[in-house]
Design a protein around this ligand. Structure first.
Ligand SMILES: [Fe+2]
Length: 292
């Protein structure tokens, strides 16, 4: 297997790990780096330390793309860190903000989104489990388009959420399609989800299909997550979800979406849970989805 590990943590990863309170790990890795690179990274860390709270702050991933780390939530007893993506859409008369998988909304976060990315015009949920703060955002931005993924609108947890648009067969192409492409992962009898591709930066945004957890991998829960193929650079798709594609035509439908993602030939990858990638994403995606 190709080792995609960089000798130095990327700038984005440093900021992300600080947001999770992993200062010791960052310092350990930096201890093996070249002096100059360490100096550069140390400057970033010092900058980070001046921010009392890294969580709920926009972390620049690429030009016009930021991630925001939310709190770790429990999913059937397993710790899942949450992550939001903010994209500034610029190929239009009035630039605006596109929000993916929103985390808890605060006044500070709203102000930072407005300052860096512009007014919120689109709010997107990638699958029916990433719904926690949709209503909060939809209510705060009544003029924004709120997109439902397949299966969410029928759930009790989504009752009262103001959906204006949806992803699915026969639905019109979103008017952000000139900058952000999407494909729906079909073929599972349990869960469909929507993956996105930001064309200007060649960044793919994957929700739960690829998970690369790095935190809280101790003990029996950590062992289970490793056995489930969700740990770090070896991370992939949860095995219980893989199993739900094993029915007539399930894998065939999945391969259609997989080939669309391969065709994007992404250079960078943002995922909801775990390590993001800022170079060589296409190879990593092919490896992670080699089970299909
Ligand atoms: Fe998730």
């Amino acid at each position: 297997m190709v080792n995609h590990r960089h000798p130095l943590l990327t700038r984005h990863e440093i900021l992300y790990r600080f947001s999770l309170g992993e200062r010791k790990e960052v310092e350990y890795v930096l201890g093996f780096s070249s002096f100059m690179k360490s100096m550069s990274a140390t400057a970033i860390i010092k900058h980070s330390l001046h921010n009392n709270k890294m969580s709920n702050r926009l972390i620049e991933f690429e030009t016009n793309i930021w991630t925001v780390e939310g709190p770790t939530v429990s999913f059937f007893g397993f710790p899942y860190p949450t992550r939001m993506v903010v994209i500034r859409l610029v190929e239009r008369d009035e630039p605006c903000a596109w929000i993916w998988s929103p985390i808890e909304l605060s006044d500070d976060l709203a102000e930072e989104v407005k300052t860096k990315a512009g007014p919120v015009k689109y709010i997107v949920s990638p699958n029916k489990f990433h719904h926690f703060f949709l209503k909060e955002w939809a209510d705060r931005y009544p003029k924004a388009e709120v997109f439902a993924p397949p299966g969410l609108e029928n759930r009790r947890v989504a009752q009262g959420t103001r959906f204006t648009s949806r992803f699915g067969v026969g639905e019109p192409a979103p008017d952000f399609a000139n900058e952000i492409d999407h494909v729906i992962i079909k073929g599972s009898y349990v869960l469909q989800e929507v993956e996105f591709y930001h064309k200007p930066s060649k960044t793919i945004i994957i929700n739960d299909l690829i998970q690369r957890h790095t935190e809280n991998l101790e003990g029996w829960k950590g062992w289970l997550m490793k056995m489930d193929g969700l740990a770090g650079e070896e991370g992939s798709t949860p095995r219980d979800w893989r199993f739900t594609f094993w029915w007539p035509c399930g894998k065939a439908k999945l391969r259609v979406a997989r080939d669309v993602m391969f065709g994007w030939n992404a250079e960078k990858m943002i995922i909801a849970h775990g390590l993001c990638v800022d170079t060589g994403a296409s190879d990593i995606i092919r490896q992670a989805l080699s089970w299909i």
